[in-house]
Design a protein around this ligand. Structure first.
Ligand code: NAG
Ligand code: NAG
Ligand code: NAG
Ligand code: NAG
Ligand code: NAG
Ligand code: NAG
Length: 633
């Protein structure tokens, strides 16, 4: 009852979809490009401190420390003849006649680098800082790996000593998924399997048995013959077995023998409001286990972006049980698309079915049947996910979402909701986030815009403050409250639930675990004295930390006189009204969040003529005005 009353009085209008906290990070380590890199390819090996950035005719090898970045620039230039030929042939695309690096992958221990090479793609091997040609015969044509121009999106993935490449369709080019380099047979998709694909990502899906491992490719298909009122885009997952060695001599000989694709929906149930264009995807899987979540970033015709989550078990189920589109005969024991080990033989019948019917009938729908509850006014450009082992020995998903304005949202995704832990403003020049890489082993997130690359720690627990409720209400699974040290600390690797004593409340905000919160002293700050003219202006600032909390001013101990608090930037300023004129007394800025009421700051207001109690501290009006001006601005 008490709680309900409080909520009613405070008129809890907290925008739950908004970030709870907002941080501005302007300290190193960061790296500024000398010229904008509007197309970038990132490569980072987990557990290291080096980030490779492929740009325009250059690869930057950036070595990060907590203090700064050491950079080495490796030139991957093109020869003048190639450039001249490009300029002559593609005069409309002159600025694109350069070598934009589109692929940096480590295959076994060798770095493979490919670039657009002014419309005639080329690959190289990179050894330390030396770029050399690829030995003949080890690789398909470079134009199967890299697009001729950087605006055509490509995806590359290195797995088990092989390189996999997906090229989006453009103009006369159809687009493909291929194995392009490595010890296994080089394979490709049949052209009729993909309809103008635009690739968004790829990931290895592990399995208990090696030969059952798969690769998922995420892409959109565009049907150019749809009528105006029809959606031309269809979001897709395509899958292949990594053990695939192609079909029979005269049937799919150089093509995948296990390719299947499915339609992916992102929207509310069966409503027409669907997001059909998948832009990017991030996959979380358990090691060597077939469970996990796929996060997809989608847009609709109005370019509104949303995030949908999918269960890998659901997708597995669909691929292994669904009927195939346009094929009504019941499937035999040799189900098309099943991964085979090297000893089981290939069946011509299965191959014939796959050749003409690679699409399953079942549609993949998101967890919870709708997109995550995130603000739609932000335009999302990139997403990466991390599975964080929390204090209760459960894994929690944390998403990092880059926006068009150069911000990064840190989001906790639980079974019930998406909770925006914080928003980071990172960049001096606020361009769109072009790329992100996460290193969960080392605990780093790398974020790139056309002007800058920056590294953030995943666990940055001291940011939340030094009280138990501040730490708990952050709902950051990387952080826990250490009651003996009285600090918000990163949950250490190998934390043991039986011996450890860290506190967290992740499923819902609940600061009660900090102890009996109601018994906490409400008036916890010492009022600062403020002397003003009774008819002069006054600005009493109160710093806003949580944007999920409500703020207001209370006068004296009665707790009954409430002055509104008008939020201006990151401060809530006491705003007297004609109905509530300023009077002498103690003003306390109170915050309420999740039923927890706390005092932020307090002032004792004294009019000029009155006599000050001598024992208390004194804050001069000039100082106050200075502070207020800063807050107001
Ligand atoms: C890379 O270069 C070093 C010398 O700088 C050489 O010893 C090494 O064999 C090279 N590695 C490969 C894979 O070519
Ligand atoms: C990668 O290593 C494996 C095992 O050593 C070898 O069989 C394969 O040929 C190598 N792949 C490449 C591309 O060098
Ligand atoms: C493209 O859309 C048109 C009109 O809806 C339809 O007739 C056609 O079958 C579609 N093409 C494909 C390949 O799905
Ligand atoms: C391959 O599959 C067959 C039949 O399922 C099985 O008997 C055999 O042990 C498998 N071999 C390997 C290497 O997994
Ligand atoms: C946690 O600590 C307890 C008690 O020392 C021990 O018995 C248990 O094996 C530990 N658990 C793990 C996962 O290390
Ligand atoms: C909050 O935590 C306390 C102590 O663990 C528990 O008794 C209470 O039920 C929790 N409240 C909610 C809403 O989960």
């Amino acid at each position: 009852m008490n709680r309900i009353l409080l909520v009613a009085v405070f008129a809890l209008a907290s925008a739950e979809k908004a970030p709870r906290l907002k941080f501005v990070v302007q300290e190193p380590p960061r790296f500024h490009f000398a010229k904008p890199e509007n197309y970038m390819t990132l490569y980072h090996q987990k557990g290291t401190d080096v980030l490779y950035v492929g740009g325009q005719a250059v690869i930057y090898a950036l070595a990060f420390t907590d203090k700064g970045v050491k950079d080495i620039k490796i030139a991957v230039a093109l020869d003048q003849n190639t450039k001249d030929a490009c300029v002559t042939r593609f005069s409309w695309a002159k600025p694109m006649c350069d070598n934009f690096i589109t692929v940096i992958e480590k295959v076994n221990d060798t770095f493979v680098v490919c670039g657009t090479n002014a419309g005639t793609p080329k690959c190289w091997l990179l050894n330390n800082t030396v770029v050399s040609d690829v030995p003949n015969g080890r690789m398909t044509s470079a134009s199967d790996i890299s697009p001729p121009f950087p605006s055509q999106r490509s995806i590359s993935l290195s797995a088990d000593g092989n390189l996999y490449s997906a090229l989006s369709a453009v103009g006369g080019q159809q687009g493909s998924i291929r194995r392009t380099y490595g010890s296994s047979k080089l394979l490709r998709t049949e052209s009729k399997w993909l309809l103008n694909p635009q690739f968004a990502g790829a990931a290895v899906i592990p399995a208990a048995q090696k030969y059952k491992e798969e690769i998922y490719f995420f892409f959109s298909e565009i049907n150019k013959t749809t009528s105006v009122d029809e959606q031309p885009y269809r979001a897709r997952i395509g899958r292949i077995c990594m053990s695939d060695e192609g079909g029979l001599r005269n049937l799919l000989a150089d093509s995948w023998s296990t390719f299947l694709k499915a339609r992916v929906m992102c929207g509310s149930g069966n409503t027409p409001q669907q997001y059909n264009n998948i832009k990017q995807a991030s996959v979380l899987t358990a090691m060597e286990k077939r469970t996990g979540i796929i996060y997809g970033l989608f847009s609709n015709a109005w370019d509104t972006t949303v995030v949908c989550a999918y269960s890998i078990e659901d997708i597995d189920q669909a691929f292994s049980t669904s009927r195939l589109k346009g094929y009504s005969i019941p499937l035999s024991v040799h189900r098309p698309g099943t991964c085979r080990n090297s000893t089981t033989s290939q069946h011509a019948d299965t191959l014939k079915i796959i050749k003409d019917h690679p699409e399953i009938e079942d549609v993949i729908r998101p967890i919870g049947e709708e997109p995550l509850g995130l603000p739609t006014e932000d335009h999302f450009t990139h997403i990466v996910a991390d599975a964080v082992l929390a204090v209760n020995e459960e894994h929690y998903s944390v998403l990092y979402i880059g926006t068009e304005q150069g911000k990064v949202l840190k989001v906790l995704h639980t079974n019930e909701e998406a909770f925006i832990i914080s928003q980071f403003s990172l960049f001096h020049n606020e361009g769109p986030v072009l790329s992100m890489v996460i290193d969960s082993q080392k605990g780093h997130l790398y974020v790139g815009t056309a002007m800058e690359v920056q590294r953030l720690p995943l666990a940055d627990c001291s940011r939340y403050g030094d009280s138990c409720p501040d730490c708990i209400l952050s709902r950051d699974p990387y952080c826990g409250w250490d009651s003996t040290r009285r600090k918000c600390v990163a949950v250490p690797v190998g934390y043991n639930i039986t011996t450890g004593a860290l506190l967290q409340s992740l499923d819902r905000s609940n600061a009660s675990i900090c102890g009996d919160v109601t018994a906490m002293k409400v008036h916890s700050t010492v009022p600062k004295n403020v002397v003003i003219n009774s008819n002069g202006p006054v600005f009493l600032p109160c710093p806003v930390r949580s944007y999920h909390a409500t703020y207001r001013w209370e006068k004296d101990h009665s707790g009954q006189k409430h002055y509104p608090c008008s939020i201006s930037g990151s401060s809530c300023v006491l705003a007297p009204t004609p109905d509530l004129p300023l009077k002498e007394g103690v003003f306390r800025c109170m915050t309420l969040e999740n039923g927890l009421k706390r005092e932020v700051v307090s002032y004792r207001l004294v009019f000029n003529s009155a006599i000050l109690p001598t024992s208390s501290s004194f804050l001069g009006p000039s100082l106050l005005f200075a502070a207020a001006t800063r807050w107001i601005l």
